[in-house]
Design a protein around this ligand. Structure first.
Ligand SMILES: Cc1ncc(C[n+]2csc(CCOP(=O)(O)OP(=O)(O)O)c2C)c(N)n1
Length: 291
């Protein structure tokens, strides 16, 4: 029998959405589903790992293998899964609070290790689920629920930081451009190595500074500017300079760089997966030494 193609129905969940009206997560949800379908992946052929946050509630709105872990820790659990079974594409999703405030160390080490996985940042520039706290990406001076007189800390320049980590794939999308976002996510999943995808999203309840309308007016597609995605310096420049316009699309891709498993001498020429090698071990004799 010829297996049927992946369809929207395969991923459909009857659970109701808990996101606010106008939340950018609706657009990201649509783009992820479309990308997986266009990649020909059925829900059992991909692992989706969610952090805690508004975006993490997508875990209830998609069928398939999902892991909804601790806040700030999604990259570590997703990289473990990617190392254990490289046959299954792994996608990790997090908010900017989880990734850049709480779990930033995991991002650094996953990138320098070049684990073969996709990371999707739901960038609403605040902690949405805990009702509008400032995150490391909230612009200085913004009045948030935790800083009614305005934040006093400088935000991280996240894209400059990402480029300082010697990335092999960097993209930026916008939740209001679902077609482009679908193509970005497909390219990220197909990339061999760590793919970093920053998605700017509206948060109509708590983010009053980078609204959906603002982003619509500022974002442009780098394809329209004939951008060369292999040019590291140019990519870094257009990624970090958002004063006039915000570049979106695949900004940088280095092909042919070995990922973590390919660099491991001990795994070279080994046909089995780590998951195949897990077996029951009788510890009785070992414990006798301590009795
Ligand atoms: C270890 C831990 N720290 C803090 C929290 C509380 N908490 C839950 S969601 C959240 C903020 C989420 O913000 P973000 O990661 O930006 O995601 P968003 O809700 O904006 O999608 C926080 C601080 C938690 N659940 N666990």
């Amino acid at each position: 029998m010829i297996p049927s193609k992946a369809s929207a129905q395969d991923y459909h969940s009857e659970n109701l959405c808990t996101w606010c009206d106008g939340c950018g997560n609706y657009g990201i949800h649509s783009a992820i589903k479309r990308a997986l379908i266009e990649l020909g992946l059925k829900p059992y052929q991909v692992l989706l790992c969610f952090d805690v946050g508004c975006h993490g509630n997508m875990s209830d709105k998609l069928l398939g293998y999902r892991f909804h872990g601790l806040h700030g820790r999604v990259i570590s659990l997703a990289s473990g899964a990617a190392l254990a079974n490289p046959d299954v594409p792994v996608i990790a999703l997090s908010g900017d609070g989880g990734c850049f405030s709480e779990g930033i160390g995991h991002l650094v080490h996953a990138m320098r290790s070049n684990y073969n996985m996709t990371f999707i940042l739901h960038n609403n520039s605040n902690y949405g689920l805990t009702t509008g706290q400032a995150s490391a990406l909230t612009p200085r001076g913004e009045q948030m629920n935790t800083s009614p007189l305005g934040t006093v800390e400088d935000p991280l320049n996240s894209m400059d930081f990402i480029f300082s980590l010697n990335p092999t794939f960097v993209a930026r999308g916008f939740s209001g451009n679902i077609r482009q976002l679908t193509d970005i996510i497909k390219a990220a999943v197909n990339h061999q190595g760590f793919s970093y995808v920053d998605i700017l999203q509206g948060c109509p309840t708590y983010n009053k500074f980078a609204t959906h309308e603002y982003l619509l007016g500022k974002c442009y597609d780098v394809k329209d500017a004939n951008h060369d995605t292999s040019d590291f310096n140019q990519a870094r420049k257009i990624a970090t300079d958002t004063s006039e316009k915000i570049s979106t699309g695949v900004l940088y891709q280095a092909k042919g760089i070995p990922h973590f498993l390919e660099r491991l001498e001990a795994r070279k020429g080994v046909e089995t997966r780590l998951v195949d090698e897990v077996s029951e071990i009788n510890m009785e004799d070992y414990f006798k030494k301590f009795m």
